[in-house]
Design a protein around this ligand. Structure first.
Ligand SMILES: NC(=O)c1ccc[n+]([C@@H]2O[C@H](COP(=O)([O-])OP(=O)(O)OC[C@H]3O[C@@H](n4cnc5c(N)ncnc54)[C@H](OP(=O)(O)O)[C@@H]3O)[C@@H](O)[C@H]2O)c1
Length: 287
């Protein structure tokens, strides 16, 4: 396949490109400065000229707390641009792969969300991502929309100023105690694992909506404890409530995703989040 990766310098984009470069696929990667997806003419011209078999969109506006104040920008990147890309891909007969988030759910279910559950986002970021995923389903048959959660990868997200793991490591070096919220349950997902599984899925022709995360679930506090433990950091981690750590945007209390459709597609579940974290930290320490 001839595959174009958009947002190729992000946490996930980097891993997708790495994964595809080990295959027989022809890969062309576009970073933000190469192609701004919010420019419809540039996107249309580039994709219609190159006519790829598949476009993998790893771009996103990801700053959850800033999405409300920057709603216009968030909506442009997470919805309008996505709708445009889906339409272009449909016109040029390309498969379109897009990523979304556990934050399309309100977290009130209290057990893992299936792909069949009805989304009800509680913040502007989640709303913009839901608009994006709906526009894909509406505008192109040959699509994969992949919802994931708590993504971390090498180098972190530039717009987020890193990732959760790097923040814990950095802060542990200057603070004897870290207070971390213990009432938001997610499934942290290693970008490398997600990329490998997504690259298998896009060859199945089983188009549709997928939840893909590492296995298991934890609160951010439990995740922080595991980071401190595995990386042998000298720091105390104390659990707090979301009320004790006010953030601009509301977060779902429980947004674990059941990877049901992945199993139906015959693809093995991803390893446990703790195993993935251990590998990430081991690679990071050897760099
Ligand atoms: N990170 C998470 O915790 C998380 C959780 C759930 C779902 N997801 C979803 O997973 C996907 C991948 O996220 P990620 O963590 O890999 O994000 P990321 O590291 O922040 O990467 C996003 C990429 O998009 C690029 N980008 C932003 N605006 C663009 C534009 N207008 N045109 C072209 N490129 C643009 C960014 O480039 P610049 O940095 O140069 O602007 C960046 O390289 C996204 O769909 C995200 O919503 C992420």
């Amino acid at each position: 396949m001839f595959i174009i990766v958009l947002g190729a310098a992000g946490q996930l984009g980097t891993e997708i490109v790495k994964c595809l470069k080990n295959t027989k696929d022809i890969v062309r990667d576009f970073e933000h400065e190469d192609l701004d997806v919010t420019d419809p003419d540039a996107a249309g011209k580039t994709l219609s000229t190159l006519k790829p078999d598949c476009v993998i969109n790893c771009t996103a506006y990801n700053r959850v707390d800033d999405a409300s104040a920057n709603n216009e920008t968030a909506t442009k990147i997470n919805f309008t641009a996505v709708e445009n890309l889906a339409k272009i891909c449909s016109n040029i007969n390309s498969i379109f792969v897009h990523f979304s988030t556990d934050y399309v759910f309100n977290g009130k279910k209290g057990e893992p969300y299936a792909e069949t559950d009805i989304p009800a986002p509680v913040n502007s970021y989640g709303i913009s991502k839901l608009l994006g995923e709906n526009s894909v389903a509406k505008n192109i048959f040959s699509h994969y929309v992949i919802r994931t959660s708590g993504v971390y990868g090498r180098g972190g997200s530039r717009q987020k100023g890193g990732n959760f793991i790097e923040a814990i490591i950095r802060k542990s070096k200057v603070q004897p105690e870290l207070k971390v919220v213990n009432d938001q349950t997610v499934c942290p997902t290693y970008a490398k694992d997600l990329a490998e599984t997504a690259c298998k899925l896009i060859r199945t022709d089983r188009f549709g909506l997928y939840h893909i995360t590492n296995s298991g679930a934890c609160t951010w506090y439990e995740f922080a404890c595991a980071i401190v433990d595995i990386a042998r950091l000298n720091c105390k981690v104390t659990p707090i409530t979301s009320a004790e750590y006010p953030q601009i945007a509301l977060r779902p209390k429980y947004s674990v995703l059941a990877n049901n459709n992945l199993a139906k597609a015959g693809i093995a579940p991803m390893r446990h989040w703790k195993e993935a974290l251990a590998e990430y930290l081991q690679v990071a320490s050897s760099e």
